[in-house]
Design a protein around this ligand. Structure first.
Ligand SMILES: Cc1cc2nc3c(=O)[nH]c(=O)nc-3n(C[C@H](O)[C@H](O)[C@H](O)COP(=O)(O)OP(=O)(O)OC[C@H]3O[C@@H](n4cnc5c(N)ncnc54)[C@H](O)[C@@H]3O)c2cc1C
Length: 345
């Protein structure tokens, strides 16, 4: 590697503070980009230097490093929030992929733009939100995505994806499947509503709103209710390392679910697409005896079994070993194979 390229890439950079799991690992090379031009330049340099493995990192709140990364990590810092259109009902807002998700939500609420309030306090960047179609409290981000722009790593061209081309599903999109390594999301355009259409169908959200007993429902009130619930049941990654839900809620064919319900009448479940039922993974894990389990600094969070935690010094491999044991025991007890939601590297 030449002296010039070394000045572009930092070498042997620790990653513990780059992810919310805070597990120890380091990357061979690291750089940040705040524009398409800079990203293209870095990718070309990586080609020249024959650095094969590359990974885009946002806030690091949905990744678990189980070993050192022998390649180049590029952290996205593309900013900017811009109104690009409006009509009678909607505001179209284009947001740089490196913007912080929750700061964007706060910004929308201040402007009185509706649609994102249920997604308050989700860590991470705007650019990662479409990757796994983030969702919470009855809302998924695909409901407010109009389009996005992504750089094709193969030929460095910019491509626009309309929302229906992203093939959004439950914690899923084409960017998490076949095109995982191919595109870098540069910006996302959201369609937000001028008039709120509150979604308070999720029972704990309704209960929290009843407890708060506001004079009237507003975007601020709904966002605050979501923040209250999240703060009471999820560990703050600044204090306890974690990546939120470690597993997806399994979706079963309704006949398999009906059979399960016969032997486990209390199993919490929700309707999914036609002929399918979503089952609460946290409940399955709890029933398998893992809630509150801890070995060394790796554990299963006592208030929410779906969240695996690093109490301090756990290594990524220890968290992965725990996840593997949980998968095996849930499969043995219920015949269901849990699938990780977190990206394991
Ligand atoms: C306490 C806590 C609570 C959470 N709650 C929720 C929740 O309620 N709902 C939910 O859906 N998720 C939740 N998450 C998970 C996480 O916040 C989201 O998945 C978030 O969108 C990840 O953003 P990030 O910027 O941190 O992504 P990262 O972790 O940095 O990256 C995640 C993946 O996306 C890729 N990636 C990131 N940016 C780009 C880009 N610009 N272009 C291409 N690829 C990219 C990365 O390579 C990686 O594969 C939670 C996490 C924590 C820690």
């Amino acid at each position: 590697m030449s002296a010039t390229s070394i000045s572009y890439f930092q070498a042997d950079v620790p990653l513990a503070d780059c992810t919310t799991f805070h597990v120890p690992a380091q990357t061979r090379f690291f750089a940040e980009f705040d524009s398409i031009e800079r990203l293209t330049e870095l990718l070309q340099l990586a080609d020249q230097q024959k650095i094969v493995r590359r990974m885009i990192l946002g806030g690091g709140s949905n990744v678990l490093f189980t070993r050192n990364f022998d390649g180049l990590i590029l952290r996205n810092r593309i900013g900017g929030i811009e109104v690009v259109g409006q009509d009678q009902d909607s505001i179209f807002v284009k947001v740089g992929a490196g913007e912080n998700w929750h700061s964007f939500v706060e910004y929308c609420i201040k402007q009185n733009w509706a649609g994102v309030e249920n997604l308050s306090l989700i860590p991470g960047s705007v650019g990662a939100a479409p990757i796994q179609n983030i969702g919470a409290y009855g809302v998924e981000v695909c409901q407010i995505i109009h389009s996005l722009q992504a750089l094709d790593r193969r030929d460095h061209t910019l491509r626009t994806f309309a929302a229906d081309e992203c093939e959004f599903g439950y914690r899923d999109s084409i960017f998490k499947r076949g095109s995982r390594e191919r595109y870098v999301i540069i910006n996302v355009t959201f369609r937000l509503h001028r008039q709120p259409c509150f979604n308070i169908s999720y029972a704990p959200l309704r209960q929290e709103l009843e407890r708060m007993n506001p004079d009237k429902l507003s975007l601020q009130v709904v966002a605050q209710a979501v923040i209250n619930i999240r703060s009471s049941k999820l560990p703050d990654p600044r204090q306890i390392g974690n990546a939120g839900s470690f597993f997806k809620n399994p979706i079963l064919p309704t006949n398999q679910w009906a059979e399960l319900k016969l032997s486990h009448p209390n199993i919490p479940s929700y309707p999914a697409s036609a002929g399918q039922t979503k089952v609460a993974a946290g409940w399955l894990i709890e029933q398998a005896g893992w809630k509150g389990w801890r070995h060394g600094d790796a554990g299963c969070y006592p208030k929410q079994a779906l969240v695996l935690v690093n109490y301090g010094q756990a290594r990524g491999q220890e968290i992965l070993d725990l996840a593997t044991q949980i998968i095996a025991s849930v499969r043995a007890k219920f015949g269901i194979t849990l699938e990780p939601e977190v990206n394991i590297i």
